[in-house]
Design a protein around this ligand. Sequence first.
Ligand code: PLP
Length: 404
Amino acid sequence: MNREDFPLLSELVYGKLLVYLDNAATTQKPRQMLDAMTDAYLHRNANIHRGVHHLSQVATEKHEQARQRVADFLGARSAKEIVFTKGTTDSLNMLAFSFGEAFVREGDEIIVSQSEHHSNIVPWQMLCERKNARLRVLPLDDSLRIDASQLENLFNERTRIISVAHVSNVLGCIEPVEEIIRIAHSRNIPVCIDGAQSAPHLPIDVQALDCDFYACSAHKMYGPTGLGVLYGKEQWLEQLPPAEGGGEMIEHVRFDKTTYNQLPYKFEAGTPDFIGSCAFAAALDYLDFIGRKQICEYENSLTAYLENRLAEVEGVRIYSRGTEKAGAVSFNVYHDDRLLHPFDIGTLLDRQGIAVRTGHHCAEPLMDYLGIPGTVRASLALYNDRQDVDALIKALRIAAEMLR
Ligand code: PLP
């Protein structure tokens, strides 16, 4: 799908045309987004929000239009609910700090799941250490999806927030977030969704989902690196204190008392990425131009093809096989009962021009649960096709044969 829009996909690796299957880590960039970034630097490079001069005003207007674009893309009620951050990790850290300051006391509890990315564990763990609170872990079911039915067992009057991924970055499975949100809300507990792996693949509507917070990264959505989003319902964001101090986030500064800016600026200390935001808006335009439903359907069928083709390879074990997935498939190759180390597989695939990711994928608690050091993860994007999958399978057979 639209491969020609992505200049990097014409690169050669070891003399072979690159087969890029590491999209869960970051996506390649369409020319439209690269052009938007160049255009912003060429024509609107002025610091925003505080300049009276023309360039600054144009840059401000474009930045705020980009915020509105993100709000529309995610289905937010208002652009006030869109906080620009550096990425999902930054969004989750900001939320954990800020929410923790406002609502978490000694003995309180926070729930995450067994399969979270470290970015959705460590900020909450740090908060728990700061506040002497307790991190509780929602288990997985037999198919390795989060087991929402276990939520009732974890809740008590000290539960303050639940934070779970929408799509597992390791397994690719779509988590039962609707159910988690429904159960949590029946107890008035807010839910944060780590959308790093869902925003690039699934049509997202935060109002329909009814999540209280949603975090995502532009670079995983064909946008620029170093930019992300924290969506929060206005009534929640209003109650949270800023996580960082500096310019932009203030209303007035006096040595005896500083008052804070209105939403969303009170969470955006310092010069924002007003170039990246314009490029991000162009990436979102690109996704909507192709059609998010079409992308989702295309990727679904390619993921099923990938799983089926992988299953043909001798000794392959696919994790969470058969669950509804969005983009990523994790597997290992065994010879008899011996694990062929994923790092070795990844290296041998690389030599054949195939880029996959290997290791724990920033989800060590999940690896411990599975009792493995890591997996090989092939993750898809809209520009991948069956030829890419076939190339992976061919190279995988060669790699496995060499290691047996
Ligand atoms: N959460 C999930 C599920 C992820 O897959 C990732 C990155 O892979 C992150 C959080 C962190 O994203 P970033 O590194 O863009 O902050």
